[in-house]
Write a protein that binds this ligand. Structure first.
Ligand code: G6P
Length: 624
């Protein structure tokens, strides 16, 4: 979703802002802009950078709908920019227009603001400001921010920002500059992430570390209610009440090449092919053969508390919810703990019962999804213990949960989630093993589980070897307008995820269903034009799924089956068959999702879609 970047330092701000915005593209956006401060004659006459100047400086704002390339095309090549802020906007209040793009200026043109989040009470604030004669240039909620700051400004930008913040209801991550304060940015956070990048003689501010990783790996994560002032020489953080807040500087552990495409044509393909390594990373150091269990130190729960868990709930959205459904299914069957996965957006508003012995997992790649975060806070408010399963280190969910597991998939840039999904599965499988071993799973069975888990990266690698065959299948069906994805048991969430992948990136309508459910409705859709993708492992449900495949074939529907290598019967019923290596049935979610990811990917390529940045979607959805 929206992205923020800001720079103060000795270098020209404009190219740094444009590069930062380019790196934020993956979050999803529909317009972009920058505001840079240009030192006027007063500044040229002397005075240390960072000291307020009375006059001579001005702000130049350039914004444009469409991609960063469109913005770049209208930014003058030689625009210096001594300091500045930039933004990628994903429209919420007001359509996709140049005027609604950020940064927004106050009426005098001296204060510029970029904003992530939503100011819910912007209407009364706007009316109040309009009564005072302020004329608004956009339809956004954001434009009230610079104007309210201007109202309080008496020479101290930080104080004016703090005074204005007291009026805002809703969520924000903001960065503010003032023409008369060269080399200074004020940032504030309430519900939308903001990170300070600490460089040598220069400082950055961004909503996401990817925007500044090429300049510094030393970062400071702001918490809600905190305000930061950055200047080339350093930063200071305070609460809105001016109380100083000491912050820890964190080190980003991943490398720049983790967020570059390398030899791949797009991020999604790269991330699909990274899965053998990313799954191995999620497992690394967490398997204890001696006890045939898992070591998950970050859970921060003692053994007694873990043994007393009576029920597990996963809270999540999108792909992470699908991972949660698999995890919950496995927990029930292996550890015999009642478990469910709930859509965060639903859970939050249905006044959930929070039992004393329940454990809650907030599963989120980004760790910033508003639905998941708010649902988690609701559970915590009622006394529930929530653990995070996140990929992004230092993300809000990771920091606000009582403990958890980082999945270590590395930065996931493509909007459609792939490697994070299989790493989330790995984390939930480890937790299941630990719980099962604390209950009635034998040492021998625990070791068998470990062996199968450790075999997953190799099996996924073999599946990836089937790339060309999957491309052939995808090409054959890519012109269908509707697809069904069907599976049973642990394969039902895999069918849901397969359907989600296809619709997200190819825009082909796809429905995921439990195979047993098709006769209750979806079978009416079956026709020679509607392919059905079955996920059919050699588990106890195979015969039932085969019957469902025959029902589709009998009605003239084409069938694509993702089964197990050498399964002649399934292959003979299906029009097209792809086999994954034979293995322990509990682990097929890892191998069977991969062909579905690749089919979705190749369908999207065939249709000429923007695979990494599909229309209307955002990587990290920070509004409800
Ligand atoms: C967005 C993304 C999805 C993702 C979902 C949950 O809708 O487009 O790909 O699955 O959010 O994101 P999370 O970061 O919480 O896993």
């Amino acid at each position: 979703m929206c992205g923020i970047v800001g720079y103060v330092g000795p270098r020209r701000a404009t190219p740094i802002l444009l590069e930062g915005l380019k790196r934020l593209e993956y979050r999803g956006y529909d317009s972009a802009g920058i505001a840079v401060g240009l030192a006027g004659s007063a500044s040229e006459e002397g005075g240390a950078k960072g000291a307020p100047k009375a006059s001579g400086n001005r702000l130049q704002v350039i914004k444009k709908i469409g991609k960063i390339a469109a913005l770049r095309a209208v930014v003058p090549k030689d625009l210096p920019g001594d300091w500045g802020i930039g933004h990628t906007r994903w429209a919420t209040h007001g359509g996709v227009t140049d005027a609604n793009a950020h940064p927004h200026l106050d009426a005098s043109g001296k204060i510029a603001v970029v904003h992530n989040g939503i100011i819910e009470n912007y209407r009364p604030l706007r009316e109040m400001l309009e009564k005072d004669g302020v004329r608004f240039a956009s339809e956004t909620d954001t434009e009230v921010i610079p104007n309210l700051i201007a109202r309080y400004y008496e020479g101290d930008l930080e104080a004016a920002v703090k005074a204005a913040l007291g009026h805002f209801e809703g969520t924000y991550g903001i960065a503010v500059i003032h023409a008369d304060h060269p080399g200074l940015i004020v940032g504030a956070r309430n519900g939308s992430p903001l990170v300070v990048g600490v460089g040598e003689g220069e400082m950055l501010l961004a909503s996401d570390v990817t925007a500044m990783i090429s300049h510094t790996r030393q970062v400071v994560y702001l918490n809600d209610g905190e305000v930061v002032v950055i200047e080339p020489s350093g930063y200071r953080t305070t609460g809105r009440d001016d109380r100083p807040v000491d912050k820890k500087v964190d080190q980003v552990t991943w490398e720049l090449n983790n967020i570059e495409k390398g030899d791949y044509p797009c991020y999604m393909e790269k991330e699909i092919f990274e899965q053998p390594e990313s799954i191995a990373r999620a497992l690394s150091g967490r398997i204890d053969r001696e006890t045939a269990s898992a070591k998950l130190g970050g859970l921060n729960l003692d053994k007694r508390r873990l043994r007393e868990v009576g029920r597990v709930h996963v809270i999540a959205a999108g792909t992470s919810w699908h991972a949660g459904l698999v995890g919950a299914g496995l927990l029930e069957s292996l550890a015999r703990i009642p478990a469910s996965a709930e859509l965060a957006s639903e859970l939050r508003y249905r006044n959930p019962v929070v039992e004393k012995d329940s454990l809650w997992f907030a599963v989120s790649q980004s760790g910033e999804t508003a639905d998941t975060l708010y649902a988690m806070r609701e559970i915590q408010r009622k006394g529930g213990t929530v653990l995070g399963v996140c990929n992004v280190v230092g993300s809000t969910i990771a920091r606000e949960s009582e403990g958890g597991v980082y999945v270590h998939s590395g930065p996931e840039i493509a909007v459609a989630s792939t490697k994070a999904f299989t790493s989330q599965l790995a984390a939930l499988y480890l937790f299941t093993l630990q719980q099962a071993r604390m209950r009635d799973l034998s040492m021998e069975e625990g070791l068998r589980f470990i062996e199968a888990l450790e075999a997953v990266p190799g099996a996924v690698k073999k599946v990836l070897g089937g790339r060309d065959e999957l491309q052939r299948i995808a090409k054959k069906y890519s012109h269908a307008t509707d697809f069904l994805f069907l599976g049973r048991g642990l394969m039902y969430p895999i069918a849901l995820e397969g359907a989600l992948k296809l619709k997200e990136i190819s825009y082909i309508h796809a429905e995921g269903y439990a195979s047993g459910e098709i006769k209750h409705g979806p079978i009416a859709l079956v026709s020679p034009e509607v392919p059905s993708v079955f996920v059919v492992p050699d588990d106890g449900l195979r015969e039932k799924t085969i019957s469902n495949m025959r029902e589709i074939k009998a009605r003239g529907g084409p069938v694509i089956a993702i089964g197990v290598e050498g399964d002649g019967e399934v292959a003979s019923i299906a029009d097209d068959f792809f086999g994954v290596p034979k293995g322990d049935p509990r682990f097929y979610p890892f191998t069977m999702i991969v062909p579905l990811q690749l089919i979705a990917y190749f369908c999207a390529l065939e249709l000429g879609r923007d695979v990494d940045q599909p229309r209307n979607l955002a990587k990290s959805v920070t509004v409800e």
